[in-house]
Design a protein around this ligand. Structure first.
Ligand code: FAD
Ligand code: UDP
Length: 368
């Protein structure tokens, strides 16, 4: 086989941005992916005229103007604003936690009333510096919201008690004393019309791509295929789990086509009680305001990662972060490899952060 400047492992967003930028600079890239398709977790596929987010709901949102302009070169975005609702037993609440939620929870009308209600619910706890997700959530929204909308959902999603999870996970969500159901605070938000796969397709247009190709098998017969490797798989697997396993959460998506036009009236509905086994149901057509006669929904079931299933979320608690640091030290002994992306750097990155990290890696690599 011919030689390349870069062997890029993973045709997801990180690998694709790197490949695009490297080919723009006259380099030759071979991109391999173990999956039968490109685009990694942002892969979308058209079924019944609907762009299905095969690996879960993906909403692009960022406050970084440069990244927004960058991604808009590859697709036109619609004006979708994510406003999920939460179902808890017989009740429905708006998310993220805002005046609509507080009104639905307590019948309060004003920010002052809502703040007083929260303060009253946590007064005996005196939380200064929240030590874990439970304390952080209680401090932000009080006991009722925590019990009904956070505890069950979080413990299903992460398979760990809220007292054992880092506070930062819940800080991802906005909390505001305004009547505003926008799930994000970012300046820019939307869904690429026609799905995400086209973006990665365009990014990879100048590279050679091999699918159904696992790096660890491939490299055995192609040790000198490229001067440098970009690796976006799990870093612990790269080093043969020498220091032990990093923990990940996996998700099983149960997808169904229904012979009805509108199943749940919203793209994302969270099921926050512990008794419902899935965390949320996605109705894909609503991301692009679809009017097709049928609809497609996916239920998301969370589970602990074990060898043989896909890792999706790094579990960034203290123990795992410390182990990752040790792998990072190992990575320094391999200047011929750049580790990138959610799995390669063990970070709970959104898409915009992945693009930023890939562009930073490009700058560093090309001395710009
Ligand atoms: P990936 O997309 O995982 O790509 C890595 C690729 O490497 C994969 O295709 C994999 O098959 C391949 N690979 C791994 N190991 C090997 C190997 N040994 N050999 C060959 N190939 C290999 N972000 C947002 O901004 N908004 C959202 O709404 C959002 N929702 C999300 C919902 C879910 C359920 C999940 C899991 C993530 C969500 N994200 C969201 C995050 C987003 O998916 C990531 O930021 C982004 O896809 C990460 O890109 P990546 O290239 O790092 O990883
Ligand atoms: N969360 C919650 N209840 C909800 C939605 C989210 O408690 O109805 C918590 C949960 O801990 C979750 C975190 O907030 O892991 C971040 O939510 P987000 O929607 O950002 O998660 P993601 O889209 O990354 O799965």
């Amino acid at each position: 086989m011919k030689q390349y400047d870069y062997l890029i492992v993973g045709a997801g967003l990180f690998g694709a941005v790197f490949a695009y930028e490297a080919t723009k600079r006259g380099k030759e890239c071979l991109v391999i992916d173990k999956r039968p398709h490109i685009a990694g977790n942002i892969y979308t596929e058209k079924r019944e005229g609907i762009n299905v987010h095969v690996y879960g709901a993906h909403i692009f949102h960022t406050s970084d103007k440069e990244i927004w302009e960058y991604i808009n070169r590859f697709a036109e975005f619609n004006n979708y604003i994510n406003s999920p609702v939460a179902r808890y037993k017989g009740e429905v609440y708006n998310l993220p936690f805002n005046m609509n939620t507080f009104h639905q929870m307590w019948g309060v009308f004003t920010p002052k009333e809502a703040q007083a209600k929260i303060a009253e619910q946590i007064k005996e706890l005196a939380i200064d510096e929240p030590k874990n997700l439970e304390e952080q959530a209680l401090k932000l929204v009080g006991r009722d919201v925590y019990e009904k909308l956070i505890k069950g959902y979080t413990e299903k999603q992460w398979g760990r008690k809220c007292t054992e999870l880092p506070a930062f996970i819940i800080k991802r969500l906005p909390m505001r004393f305004r009547y505003d159901n926008n799930y994000f605070n970012d300046r820019y938000q939307g869904i690429p019309m026609g799905g995400y796969t086209q973006i990665v397709e365009k990014m990879l247009a100048g590279s050679e791509v091999l699918l159904n190709t696992d790096y660890f098998e491939f490299i055995k017969g192609h040790q000198n295929i490229a001067k440098k490797t970009i690796f976006t798989g799990n870093i612990d697997r790269f080093f043969e789990y020498k220091l032990g396993y990093l923990q990940y959460r996996s998700v099983r998506f149960e997808t169904e086509t229904l012979d009805e036009e509108n199943y749940q009236g919203n793209a994302v509905v969270n099921y926050t009680e512990a008794e419902v086994p899935y965390t949320r149901i996605i109705e894909h057509k609503h991301f692009e305001y679809g009017t097709q006669p049928k609809t497609i929904i996916s239920r998301e079931y969370s589970s602990e990662w074990k060898p043989g299933v896909e890792p999706y979320y790094p579990v960034n608690d203290e123990k795992n972060n410390a182990l990752y640091k040790e792998y990072e030290t190992f990575a320094m002994t391999r200047p011929d490899v750049i580790f990138g992306g959610r799995l390669g750097t063990y970070k709970y990155y959104d898409m915009d952060k992945v693009i930023r990290a890939a562009l930073d890696a490009v700058k560093k690599e090309f001395g710009e």
